[in-house]
Design a protein around this ligand. Structure first.
Ligand code: ATP
Ligand code: NCN
Length: 217
């Protein structure tokens, strides 16, 4: 099967994650999209709620969307959630699947700082979607990488054995971030960029209140 994987801190998960993933699923005709909350984000200063809460919120989204599946593989490792390690594990567990790792433009622009990032191209395809405020310029080192690995016809089907192509997809841009949502919640506002089930989970569990804004892995 063709599996899209959207990894993230999801602190909390929002429509800026969900809507692009839905469009990508359709454009690339993916069989499933796995939402994969990390446990220890490699490039962030911790998280604002526990891994269990972030998994629970992602699961609520999966329950609502056909073809969306929760992947808890990173929650089971007690080391930084390096994507290369995760994809190696997933390839061993599911040799029959073809993986498409999905990321926003902000993540893509820092890909060359990820742990053993070159190995990713031997494990999966990479799918990049636009994100407001983040642009790839011609003189960015990542641009050279893109030229080297860009998928032919940008979305044309690849053979099942193939890996290592970059798909640069046109999706509807969503000006949403978890940071902005946490700020709204801390100011007592009700964010509109969250599914209602996630909103209810946050309220029921009293997450992101002013005094909980600290690391809690
Ligand atoms: N609005 C968005 N549009 C496109 N991609 C997004 C958007 N928000 C997040 N992503 C992508 O989803 C993945 C996970 O993002 P993450 O969970 O860190 O959310 P975030 O909103 O960037 O969080 P924070 O504001 O806390 O840094 C990353 O690859 C990121 O680029
Ligand atoms: O492997 C790495 O070095 C690495 C560095 C930064 C981010 N990632 C992964 O990229 C995804 C998005 O990360 P983030 O921090 O934007 O939530 C998430 O799955 C992270 O674990 C991975």
């Amino acid at each position: 099967m063709k599996i899209g994987i959207l990894g993230g801190t999801f602190d909390p998960i929002h429509f800026g994650h969900i809507r692009p993933a839905q469009e990508i699923k359709q454009q690339l005709q993916l069989d499933e999209v796995w939402l994969m909350p990390n446990h220890i984000p490699p490039h962030k200063q911790g998280t604002h709620v526990t891994t269990q809460d972030r998994l629970a919120m992602a699961e609520l989204v999966c329950n609502e969307l056909p073809g969306f599946v929760l992947c808890d593989i990173e929650a089971k490792r007690d080391t930084p959630s390096y994507t290369v390690q995760t994809l190696s594990q997933l390839r061993q567990l599911y040799p029959e699947h073809q993986f498409y790792f999905i990321m926003g433009m902000d993540s893509f622009l820092s890909l060359n700082k990820w742990y053993q990032w070159q190995q990713l191209f031997g494990l999966c395809h990479i799918v990049v979607c636009k994100r407001p405020g983040w642009e790839l310029t011609d003189n960015d080192p990542i641009h050279a990488l893109l030229k080297m690995y860009i998928a032919p016809q940008n979305g044309a089907s690849t053979s099942p054995a193939e890996v290592g192509k970059i798909f640069m997809l046109n999706v509807t841009e969503e000006d949403i971030s978890s940071t902005a949502i946490r700020q709204q919640l801390q100011q007592g506002e009700i964010p509109v960029s969250l599914p209602t089930t996630v909103q209810a989970y946050i309220q029921d569990n009293q997450l992101y209140l002013p005094d909980t804004a600290s690391n809690s892995q």
